[in-house]
Design a protein around this ligand. Sequence first.
Ligand SMILES: Nc1ncnc2c1ncn2[C@@H]1O[C@H](COP(=O)(O)OP(=O)(O)OP(=O)(O)O)[C@@H](O)[C@H]1O
Ligand SMILES: [Mg+2]
Length: 630
Amino acid sequence: MPVNDSTRVGGEMPPVFEGLEDEQGWEEPEAYRGSVGRTLFDTKESRDNTVCVILPKRELGNVPSQSLVRIKSLEDGRSYVGVVTAGPFAEPDGIRGDTPLMVTTAARGATFLPNYHGRVEVEILGEENDGHLTPPRWRPRPNSRVFLLKEDEARRILKAEGDIALGRCVGYEMTVSVPSDRKDVLPRHTAVLGTTGSGKSTTIGTLVMQAQKAGMAVVILDVEGEYTAICDPATDPGMLAALRARGLSPEGVANTTLYHLVGRETMNPSHPDRRQFCLSFSNLSPYTVCEIMGLSEPQEMRFFQAYDVLKGLLSSLKIFPRGPADEAATLEIDEMERGYPGMTLSLLTDVVGAFLAQVSKTPETFSPYNPLLEENRDALMAAVGAVKADHPSSWRALLSKLWKIHRTRVFDNPAAEPIDYSALTEPGRVSIIDLSDTNSPILNNLVISDILGGILEAQDRAYQEGQREGRAEGSSAAAASPAVLWGAPHPTGRPVTGQSIPPRRTLVIIEEAHEFLSKDRISQMPNVFQQVARIARRGRKRWLGLVFVSQLPQHLPREILGLVNNFILHKITDTGVIDELSRVIAGVDASMWRKLPTLAPGQAVVSFGHMVRPVLTAIDPARCRLRMVG
Ligand SMILES: Nc1ncnc2c1ncn2[C@@H]1O[C@H](COP(=O)(O)OP(=O)(O)OP(=O)(O)O)[C@@H](O)[C@H]1O
Ligand SMILES: [Mg+2]
């Protein structure tokens, strides 16, 4: 029953104050039971999509910022869902909080505490129709009832549900989760940004553990070796205290493998499944190699002269192609993505050496390092001599750059195997690529580029096999029952008899992403950027999600942020950086941007593309052990 029901007019009180008689005899009308507050009339300060809600004093503690509320308009019967974006503020009944009387009594040390009530600002998220939120077309009328939503309902409405729990909403009892089984979420790529010490690695620790438990494959490109001990439970006293406070126990991540480059150290030599790996030169696109090595234009031209001569030799020596099947494969090689089979950095360095000897007019002094070329020296020199070449200094510079990489012995080193990418994408497998001892951004970038390309290929292959076997999403079996897709985890990825296996969902985490893809260098690395863009685009279809982690988001090219749909924003203090990000990242409102400089370590604005609005979240402390570095 509305409070201004004229039958309840009491005594001499003017009709406008009906319902405000002494509280003892007054009973809340039935329709308002359970509500925490009411909307007010609009004022000149009112803005579209926000309403002011007045709360009785007893509800002040129950409606914290970020609470979700349902607003039921009595007059027109409409129902809205909104979120508290400011307040709760306390205001004295009947007078303004800043009247001279209030200020003076407080300043003089006297106590004068009139009755008071609460006020919150609510942003309308939508109008409820048949359980769905639609864009609001009207505003709640004055005196609408405001109810607090229960945790489950709030999570469902915000779409903060899923099997990967990230943490708890700040100020409001709600777990914030994302789903591993929706193609429009993690495969739309994520950026984790924040200044140093803001909690990015802890967030990644939590994400990795949860993704692993959800049966995803996770690959971490670990530039500093922070994640090399995540197989162990957390030991840091601060983290242990945070875990206790959150009711969580320390636990290592299951199923981890630690990879490090052959001949390089690892931060965790005692990891139970540690493997050395080498890079395979033939996996890398020659264009990518040129860019990452920072070759000048003349050097690049000479690189390709040598590359083509070597291709011709490999072909005439029947190393590749070896037969008709290989010849067909040759046509499919896209040199923007991958290199030429059989090609090694060592062979290429030899060919460049032969060119240098040739243009220096001392061909007789050259002796190849590779037995293959030594045995076929005449063919090599003939092929080199047939190319119009000059400028020894440029050849020398190229040779020196190739030699620097070659000397690291990480390419095609028989002491280690290249990484088996198919193994990296096995469901539930966590692979840490420890790059802490490379001491070379060039080497790191070559590894990252190689691994990204390899994973996409493996993911592509698994996807196509899945399509052929009719088990990927879109197949009739999967359409009939989503459980066919996600029912049971298959840690080995092998089918159980009579049961279909789900497509492989993979997450690739790139730490210090601004070092791999920096704004300054993006114009000099168009092919590397194109490779990442291609992976990002194809990844959406192939269940491959990239996670870019960076403490210097201002150094990340806009193009990269443009590929990303989901953001976990930790503390950022630089207002210039916040301004710039706010122009690129959609869906985060001004009130959330304003919060960024004051966030505590571990707090973050979680803004995923599929969510209704961003949620300020206290990210769960990491249960696994992170190494302190730096
Ligand atoms: N979710 C969290 N819960 C509790 N404490 C946290 C959380 N996140 C971060 N912290 C605290 O903040 C510290 C720094 O966190 P973390 O190493 O994750 O930051 P970072 O952003 O990765 O820093 P850097 O840029 O230096 O790598 C942690 O050691 C821990 O004490
Ligand atoms: Mg870190």
